[in-house]
Design a protein around this ligand. Structure first.
Ligand code: C5P
Length: 428
C-alpha cells in the first residue's frame, strides 16, 4: 500500500528512512498545536516511532487521546507521571531526534533558561540528539528582543530553530510567525536527522532562485512545456531561507508545493516573463541559482483564438523561435558590470547521455559554454528525477572538477549544493 503524506501526496522515502528512528515530538500550547497531528502522521508514515510530549497548555488545544491514538504511545506532560519509569530522563536519552512544533515564545524562553519544570523541558535537557524547534506565534512576539535573544541562545547551543512562515495568523492579522506546513517540518527535521545542519551562514545574503518549467503558448489553450515539478528549486529556496538568506523564488509551472518559509514568490509562465523578472532583480543579488527548466524555443506565433480541429486539414507543424538564454545573459551582464562581479551564478543541467557523450561529458561542455560558477547536473533519462522527492547527480566547477552528489532527498541535495555556494562565496 502506498502511504500518503499530510499534504495528500505519496509519502516520500528518504535516507533517514533507512531504519526506524525514535522521534520525540514536543507540542507547546499554541493554536497551531492541531497541526502537530499531521506531523505525527508524517513521521509514522515514514516508519519512525513518535513519542508525543505536549506541555500542559497544549492539551487545551488537542487532547492526549488524539496524540495517543495517532502515535500509539502513552502521552504525559509532567515529571510525576509513571515515576517508576524515570520518564523525565529516559525519553530524552532514548530519542534519536527531538522536534518541537509548535514552539511558543514561552517554551523557547524556558528552553533558553535551561528549565526542567515539565516532561518536555526535562527531555530537552537530557537529550544529546539533534533538536529542531519550529516556532509559531504572533509577529510581535517573534520580533520581540527577548524572543530574538532566546532564538540566538538556542541556535548557539546547536538547536535548529526553524524560520516561521509568513501568512495568516490566529485572528485577522497576517505576518511572520505562522507554523510551517507539517510536511515542511517533517522534511526539514529529517534533513537534520540525516546529519545535515541548517547553519545561519547565508544570513544577510540575497538569493534569487528559479524553479519549475516554463510554458510557451501555442494558443489560449495549449502550450509547449516540460516535466519539471519545481521540487528541487523549492527545496533550494527552503534550505537557503532556513540558512538565513533573503530569498526570492521565481516559479514557473510546478507541482502544488508549500511556499518556502520567508521566501518571496513570483509566479511566471513563459521564458520571456522569467527573463523580465530576473532582469529587474539580478543586480541586487549575491547568489543566483537557475534551477528552472526553461524552454529553449517558443512558438513563433501564439494564435489569438483556439486553433480548431478541422476534418480537411491537419496542422503540419509549429514554427519555433529561440528563447533568450537567460543564464548566458546573466553571465554576460556580470562581465559587462550590470551584475556585481562577486555574484555567484549557478546553472542546472538536466541531461541524458547519447552517442555524442555521457551525461557528464555533456555537463562539462555546458559549464564551459555557459560560463557559470557551478553547475548541478542530473541524469534525467527514463524519468529518473522529474516529480520525485529524491535527486542525485554531480556538482561541476569551471575547472572541470566533478563532485558526486549522492542519492538523497531534494532538501539534502539542496543543502550540499548550498555548501558549495557558500564555499565559493567565501573564496571571493
Ligand atoms: O542549455 P540548457 O537549457 O540545458 O541549460 C540549462 C540551464 O540554463 C539551466 O540553469 C536553465 O535554468 C538555464 N536556461 C536559461 N535560459 C534558457 C534555457 C536554459 O537560463 N533559455
Amino acid at each position: 500500500m502506498t502511504s500518503t503524506s499530510p499534504s495528500g501526496s505519496p509519502a516520500p522515502r528518504d535516507s533517514a528512512n533507512a531504519r526506524s528512528r525514535k522521534i520525540v515530538l514536543g507540542v507547546a500550547g499554541g493554536v497551531a498545536a492541531y497541526k502537530a497531528c499531521h506531523i505525527v502522521r508524517g513521521f509514522t508514515e515514514r516508519g519512525h516511532s513518535v513519542r508525543v510530549v505536549p506541555t500542559e497548555s497544549a492539551l487545551n488545544f488537542v487532547g492526549a487521546a488524539t496524540f495517543e491514538a495517532l502515535s500509539g504511545q502513552h502521552v504525559s506532560t509532567g515529571v510525576f507521571d509513571r515515576v517508576h519509569e524515570v520518564q523525565h530522563v529516559r525519553v530524552g536519552q532514548e530519542a534519536d531526534l527531538v522536534v518541537i512544533a509548535p514552539a511558543t515564545a514561552d517554551l523557547m524562553a524556558r528552553l533558553a533558561a535551561g528549565r526542567a519544570d515539565d516532561l518536555l523541558t526535562a527531555t530537552c535537557l537530557v537529550a544529546s540528539c539533534p533538536v529542531v524547534v519550529a516556532p509559531a506565534m504572533h509577529t510581535e512576539m517573534w520580533n520581540h528582543r527577548a524572543t530574538r535573544a532566546n532564538v540566538a541562545t538556542l541556535r548557539d547551543r546547536g538547536v535548529t530553530v526553524l524560520e516561521p512562515a509568513h501568512g495568516r495568523l490566529t485572528g485577522p492579522d497576517t505576518g511572520a510567525g505562522r507554523l510551517p506546513d507539517p510536511e515542511q517540518i517533517v522534511a526539514l527535521s529529517l534533513l537534520r536527522l540525516a546529519g545535515r545542519d541548517l547553519p545561519q551562514d547565508l544570513s544577510g545574503r540575497r538569493v534569487l532562485i528559479t524553479a519549475g518549467g516554463t510554458r510557451e503558448s501555442i494558443d489560449p489553450v495549449r502550450y509547449l512545456g516540460n516535466h519539471s515539478s519545481g521540487r528541487q528549486g523549492f527545496a533550494l529556496a527552503e534550505v537557503a531561507a532556513q540558512r538565513g538568506a533573503e530569498v526570492t523564488l521565481i516559479a514557473g509551472a510546478t507541482d502544488e508545493l508549500p511556499i518556502p518559509c520567508g521566501a518571496e514568490v513570483i509566479r511566471i509562465s513563459s521564458a520571456r516573463e522569467l527573463a523580465k523578472e530576473i532582469d529587474c532583480r539580478a543586480a541586487d543579488q549575491d547568489i543566483i541559482i537557475m534551477a528552472a527548466a526553461v524552454a529553449d524555443y517558443r512558438p513563433t506565433v501564439t494564435a489569438p483564438a483556439k486553433l480548431k480541429k478541422t476534418s480537411e486539414s491537419a496542422p503540419t507543424g509549429i514554427e519555433l523561435t529561440e528563447n533568450p538564454d537567460i543564464l548566458a545573459g546573466l553571465i554576460a551582464a556580470r562581465r559587462e558590470g550590470r551584475v556585481p562581479e562577486d555574484t555567484v551564478i549557478v546553472g542546472f543541467a538536466a541531461e541524458t547521455g547519447d552517442d555524442s557523450g555521457s551525461v557528464l561529458d555533456h555537463a562539462i561542455r555546458k559549464i564551459r559554454r555557459k560560463g557559470c560558477d557551478l553547475l548541478m547536473c542530473n541524469d534525467v533519462g527514463s524519468g529518473k528525477v522529474f516529480g520525485r522527492s529524491r535527486n542525485r547527480g554531480w556538482l561541476i566547477t569551471p575547472d572541470g572538477s566533478v563532485v558526486e552528489v549522492p542519492d538523497g532527498t531534494k532538501l539534502e541535495v539542496a543543502s550540499l549544493l548550498l555548501d558549495s555556494v557558500v564555499q565559493i562565496t567565501a573564496e571571493r
